[in-house]
Design a protein around this ligand. Structure first.
Ligand SMILES: Cc1cc2nc3c(=O)[nH]c(=O)nc-3n(C[C@H](O)[C@H](O)[C@H](O)COP(=O)(O)O)c2cc1C
Length: 275
């Protein structure tokens, strides 16, 4: 899993009928049994079949295989889920498969039944698995256009230096440029991009800018799942940039913009990580 896979990933909702070879499925299944995340959240995956398990999504064309996953309610569970499920998505991408995170546009009851979701468990999202069709369905093309799926918010509206009053320009990001760009290119629910990062010396503080009315009982705080995806991308690219580190709770108590709350801090163990 590396930055080139992060850059190559795009949501796929229209699939062709090429079957997934058994050895590819075996690799993916094996991964799900051992996938871990730095937030210590166990994530349980299950491979499902459209016909056998009666699962479907109105926005997906041509996929027979789906993967659903769940966590048990605990602190930072969404963060760990986002991190782990995105690692799975990136592995599938690196194996040539198409995926799309689906939290809203699914037959949620059918998926939860097929996965077996207990009272203290949450299934935030699922993905289809398969090979991308040459041409997107009209519906998918329109969805991408509506969500501006090929675009991301400007760098300096997402990343800051020291506090939220000082936007960080790309030209000032130094060794953190690539990890920050990989955060920027993360997928997020309806492409809302809730991540806001503040750099402070050897620390990068992650904040969630919440869209009103998004958190639901069924999906948990889905934008905190987006934050886990961003954390995954950041750590992969930071390691590549020679900045290994870990996620810790080190809330700097900054004055935050409206609807923005502290989530976690990446503390690098390398020398001179500064932007
Ligand atoms: C947590 C999460 C939930 C999502 N839920 C849906 C969904 O229910 N239906 C859908 O079509 N796309 C869904 N998406 C995909 C986003 O719309 C997509 O990632 C975004 O538009 C950016 O496009 P890209 O993934 O091609 O970069 C979801 C993405 C994330 C991360």
């Amino acid at each position: 899993m590396d930055s080139s896979t992060i850059k190559a990933r795009k949501s796929v909702r229209t699939f062709n009928d090429r079957p997934i070879p058994d050895e590819v499925l075996a690799k993916l299944e094996d991964f799900t049994k051992h996938d871990t995340n730095p937030f210590g959240v166990p994530v349980t995956f299950k491979f499902l079949d459209r016909k056998r398990d009666g699962v479907s999504s109105p926005v997906i064309v041509g996929a027979d295989t789906y993967v659903a996953a769940k966590y048990r309610r605990q602190e930072d569970a969404e963060l760990g889920f986002g991190y782990s499920f995105e690692r799975f998505v990136l592995l599938a991408t690196s194996l040539g498969l198409g995926t799309v995170w689906l939290a809203g546009t699914i037959d949620r009851k059918a998926f939860e039944r097929a996965l077996g979701v207990g009272a203290d468990e949450v299934m935030p999202a699922v993905t289809p698995l398969g090979y991308a069709a040459d041409k997107r369905s009209l519906r998918e093309t329109l969805m991408r256009k509506n969500m501006r799926a090929d675009d991301r918010a400007p760098f300096e509206s997402l990343f800051f230096m020291g506090d939220f009053d000082h936007p960080l320009a790309e030209s000032e990001a130094g060794g953190l440029l690539e990890p920050l760009q990989m955060v920027r290119w993360s997928p997020s629910a309806t492409n809302k991009q809730p991540w806001r990062l503040v750099i402070e010396g050897d620390k990068v503080h992650f904040y969630e800018h919440k869209t009103k009315g998004y958190a639901r009982e069924s999906t948990g705080d889905i934008q905190k799942v987006d934050m886990g995806i961003a954390a995954c991308h950041f750590q992969i690219a930071a390691e590549e940039a020679g900045l290994p580190g870990e996620f810790l709770k080190e809330d700097p108590d900054l004055r935050t913009p409206e609807d923005t709350s502290y989530v976690t801090t990446f503390v690098t163990s390398a020398e001179a990580p500064r932007a």
